[in-house]
Write a protein that binds this ligand. Structure first.
Ligand code: NAP
Ligand code: ZN
Ligand code: ZN
Length: 368
């Protein structure tokens, strides 16, 4: 606890204490869309009665971190501290915390709060909170106390309802990416009831894509990796994919027409959705999780003719994220990672853009 500030949020302060204690935390931040990430010190709140304070051990690097740091989706508030694939150890808890104690392993994913009252929140779909979920970074705290800062930092303070339990049996660096890449692929595969015998295409072999392959295979589906990178074929098979389809090969694309029950699109860059919609059989569903910054054109006829659906899916709620973590622990599923020093984060972003990541960068936070 280094600093004590007067809170600017009068109502909150008058109800509880007049001063909110804060603590300084080392971090890496982007200060503008065109600046590299660089060391920065941020202030976090000291734990309130229901808060858990976590020393961050590993944080995965998601393509959303890059989209946000560079303001590709708009709305980035600078300085921004990305990172929402967080694993660490509890160092302190508020006096009302029931589920965690000092020394426990703990994790934080893509959201740190929501209204808890709307229909979606009541159903455990906090990511779709009707009053706006609070993202782990670049979000606005619900008490008006400011912007949220993510996991490229030494520690984080989160309400216990948004903290997750992780197994001590799996390597922590491999668990970190489950908090976004894992749940973002698990949730749609579950929602569309992917099961034994279904023909599933996973589009894009990156952080999300490689988790999509592992999870869909574990659900018993026949999995085809659809990639624009020929060099990834061997890895796709090693990860468990039964087939590999090179999206730049016209013959292979033609032969996949009307083939899939379900396609999970994880591609981060603009691409032609129609080419993949044509690979769906009658009643097939293509779900977008990849979020390229530019809009796509989809003629209605590409959906009408075979009653195809184009859908989207956002991360997962807290109960489903815990379910996914428990499932992965039971089935020994982790991410394939390259552990990096935080000083190499900018180079990692460039490598991610080139598709040169096998398959998730994870920052060793001891290097901060
Ligand atoms: P990533 O590791 O960079 O993987 C993206 C993959 O897309 C690449 O490995 C590449 O696979 C493919 N790709 C890239 N450029 C392409 C192009 N020009 N044409 C065709 N394919 C291309 O990224 P990620 O972390 O998995 O994230 C993927 C996307 O999902 C990002 O847009 C991210 O923001 C979004 N996301 C969404 C959610 C959600 O809740 N919906 C959650 C997390 C992330 P191949 O080389 O195999 O073709
Ligand atoms: Zn993410
Ligand atoms: Zn809500």
């Amino acid at each position: 606890m280094k600093n004590t500030f007067f809170c600017t949020h009068r109502i909150f302060c008058d109800i509880c204490f007049l001063k909110i204690k804060k603590m300084s935390t080392k971090a890496y931040a982007a200060k503008a869309a065109t600046s590299p990430l660089e060391p920065w010190t941020l202030e976090r709140r000291a734990p309130k009665p229901h808060d858990v304070q976590i020393e961050i051990l590993f944080c995965g690097v998601c393509h959303s971190d890059l989209h946000t740091a560079r303001n590709e989706w708009g709305g980035t508030i600078y300085p921004v501290v990305p990172g929402h694939e967080i694993v660490g150890r509890v160092t302190n808890v508020g006096d009302q915390v029931k589920k965690y104690k000092k020394g426990d392993l703990a994790a934080v994913g893509c959201l740190v709060d929501s209204c808890r009252e709307c229909n979606n929140c009541k159903e455990g779909l906090e990511q779709y909170c009707e009053n706006g979920m609070v993202g782990t970074y670049n979000g606005q705290e619900r008490d008006g106390s400011g912007v949220t800062y993510g996991g490229y930092s030494k520690q984080i303070v989160v309400h216990e309802d948004f903290v997750l339990k992780i197994s001590d049996k799996l390597p922590l660096e491999g668990v970190a990416p489950l908090l976004c890449a894992g749940i973002t692929t698990y949730s749609p595969l579950k929602h569309w009831n992917i099961k034994k015998g279904d023909k599933v295409g996973i589009l894009g072999l990156g952080g999300l894509g490689h988790m999509g392959v592992k999870l869909a295979v574990s659900f018993g589906a026949e999995v085809t990796m659809i990639s624009h990178t020929p060099a990834k074929e061997k890895d796709a098979k090693r990860l468990g994919a039964h087939k590999f389809l090179l999206s730049s090969d016209e013959e292979q694309v033609k032969s996949a027409a009307n083939y899939f029950d379900f396609i999970l699109d994880t591609v981060s860059a603009p691409h032609d959705y129609n080419m993949y919609l044509n690979m769906l059989k009658t009643n097939g569903v293509m779900t977008c999780v990849g979020a390229p910054p530019t809009p796509a054109q989809i003629p209605a006829f590409n959906l009408i003719m075979k009653r195809r659906s184009l859908a989207g899916s956002l991360i997962g709620g807290i109960p489903e994220t815990q379910e996914m973590l428990d499932y992965c622990a039971e089935h020994n599923i982790v991410s394939d990672v390259e552990v990096i020093d935080i000083k190499d984060i900018n180079e990692s972003y460039e490598r991610m853009l080139k598709g040169d990541v096998r398959y998730r960068f994870v920052i060793d936070m001891a290097t901060l």
